[in-house]
Ligand binder design. Structure first.
Ligand SMILES: [Zn+2]
Length: 87
């Protein structure tokens, strides 16, 4: 499995700290974690044990190349099921 690689370019992602796993603190990358959404044919957590998520790593270089496709939003409440405020 190539889970410690950027899902876009395939570059190896290292941990930012030697004392923690890459999935806790990746260097020059972000972790994206999702429960899945209704309508996806790839993943919907409704068929999984409660709280099961899928996660991916995306390196900062790929994020910078695609920043025009990134939506930034501010959650106004603690749960994702409630309303969000879009920028
Ligand atoms: Zn990348």
């Amino acid at each position: 499995m190539d889970v410690n690689k950027c899902i876009c370019c395939g570059k190896d992602i290292e941990s930012a700290l030697s004392s923690v796993d890459v999935w806790e603190s990746p260097s020059d990358a972000l972790i994206f974690s999702v429960l899945g959404t209704y309508g996806s044919s790839f993943y919907d957590s409704i068929m999984e044990p409660e709280g099961t998520r899928i996660e991916i790593l995306v390196c900062d270089e790929c994020l910078n190349k695609n920043k025009d496709k990134i939506r930034k939003m501010k959650y106004t409440r603690k749960t994702i099921a409630e309303e969000v405020e879009y920028e």
